[in-house]
Design a protein around this ligand. Sequence first.
Ligand SMILES: Cc1cc2nc3c(=O)[nH]c(=O)nc-3n(C[C@H](O)[C@H](O)[C@H](O)COP(=O)(O)O)c2cc1C
Length: 194
Amino acid sequence: MSSDHETAMSLPPWRSLLRSARQREGRSPGATWLQLATTAEDGTPRVRTLVFRGWSPRGDLELLTDVRSEKSSQLLSQPRVELCWLFRKAKEQFRLRGRALLVTAEQEPEALLDHWQRLSPSGRMVWAWPSPGEPFDAQGPWPQEVADDEPISSHLLIMRVALERVEQLDLKPHPHLRRSWELRDGWHEQRLNP
Ligand SMILES: Cc1cc2nc3c(=O)[nH]c(=O)nc-3n(C[C@H](O)[C@H](O)[C@H](O)COP(=O)(O)O)c2cc1C
């Protein structure tokens, strides 16, 4: 979240557009849900919903996940990802492409602890559950909460996406507004046909 404190000057131009679209959603929980597409080891696509957790100090998009999940192993063999973030009230879609890096508590204890402490007790529960994607285990454990003073789950990972291309589609104007920015062009804006 620290980049919210950075000066607007240092941020890529699409960051303020993304922030405006988020603000229009108000406190709706869906405003932080985005879809993450990865490539499985056999080359076929996988997509699922994750919660946006903030921006790293370097401007990478941060998500949280579980080291035991399939996406984690997929990212080790293919770190290229695309995210799709829909803002219903703003009628805007952002597609964000980049490379995902998985960060463990051993690598960056303070960053992991910061995220862990910001999670609610019920938000932490999934990291205390049995391995995701395995056949259902009635024995569990299936806790409903993990207290603030519990140590960081060894399953927690930060997924940091270093973005290389961002595209916005805004359905409000006529014709629709579609534009892209690429890191290699210094985030220069390119308007596209919708
Ligand atoms: C609203 C919503 C939010 C979710 N947020 C996360 C999240 O932040 N991190 C996460 O790893 N999984 C999250 N999930 C679960 C994933 O969509 C997915 O089912 C799980 O991570 C296993 O994915 P995989 O088998 O592709 O690795 C969320 C699911 C929903 C419906």
